[in-house]
Ligand binder design. Structure first.
Ligand SMILES: [Fe+2]
Length: 254
């Protein structure tokens, strides 16, 4: 069911000091991508604060179920999970009709992408790895999926394994709320050594990127559940993803 778009007034200016630095010289791709001149603050235009607007016809039923949205001959292989949470604005209010998009590797750590160099890991013919959903009137979203596997990366001569993660893109009540980040799983021992996670200097912000196991949403004889709440702006905003993840993927050793 479509809900009316709600306005929460002006957005707080984004505090760039609480997000990863654009220039991280040890990550060579940021050298070309990061700005060389001081940023100029431009007040948001009307379209920045009121768009995009999404309605139920923009997302098909089942787009949020990765157990079925690509499958043709059976369910995908892997540990089935429920992944859910709330999208909140800078004041902690729910953001309805936010577009939540996610993508991930399969249970073996392999992306369905031609540039994924981790080719020794198998593709799952019944798993596409992408999903999307609109938040409901309470700002709540739900995905059904399988837990992604870890995959190897190489950066600056170091070989590492990425902690299991899911990529998120959220489009809230305005372009000013756009957020792209990565979510990790509580209890994953690879979090402590993952080079991308360790690019986040704040322990509290790392905690904000970790989904918590949520027994209240378990499905008996089916799935464990994890909860990941997302704050789009403000002092407690969920971090943007460190800007090295895709570059690391390109450098992955097979
Ligand atoms: Fe990834």
């Amino acid at each position: 069911m479509a809900h009316a778009k709600r306005s929460y007034g002006a957005f707080l200016p984004r505090d760039h000091t609480v997000h990863p630095p654009p220039l991280t010289p040890q990550h060579r791709f940021t050298i070309l991508r990061s700005p060389r001149q001081p940023l100029i603050r431009i007040d948001p235009s009307l379209s920045d604060t009121t768009g995009p607007v999404f309605n139920s016809h923009d997302v098909a039923p089942g787009d949020n179920n990765l157990l079925t949205n690509y499958a043709t001959s059976g369910p995908p292989i892997g540990e089935r999970i429920v992944l859910h949470g709330y999208v909140l604005d800078q004041q902690g209010k729910p953001v309805p009709n936010a577009l939540v998009e996610m993508w991930q590797a399969n249970a073996g750590g392999r992306y369905r992408h031609r540039n994924d160099p981790y080719s020794v890991a198998p593709l799952d013919p019944n798993f596409g790895g992408c999903g999307r959903v609109l938040t409901d009137r309470d700002g709540h979203y739900v995905f059904r999926t399988i837990r992604p596997g870890a995959y190897p990366v190489k950066l600056g001569g170091l070989v590492d394994w990425r902690a299991a993660h899911i990529h998120f893109s959220i489009s809230g009540s305005g372009w000013a709320q756009r957020l792209i980040t990565q979510m990790y799983f509580e209890g994953d021992p690879l979090i402590q050594s993952c080079l991308v996670v360790q690019g986040v200097p704040s322990e509290s912000q790392i905690r904000g990127l970790i989904a918590r196991q949520d027994p209240s949403a378990f499905i008996i004889n089916d799935s464990r559940a994890y909860r990941f709440d997302i704050i789009l702006r403000g002092r407690h905003a969920t971090w943007f993803e460190p800007q090295t993840s895709h570059e690391q993927l390109e450098e992955t050793q097979s």
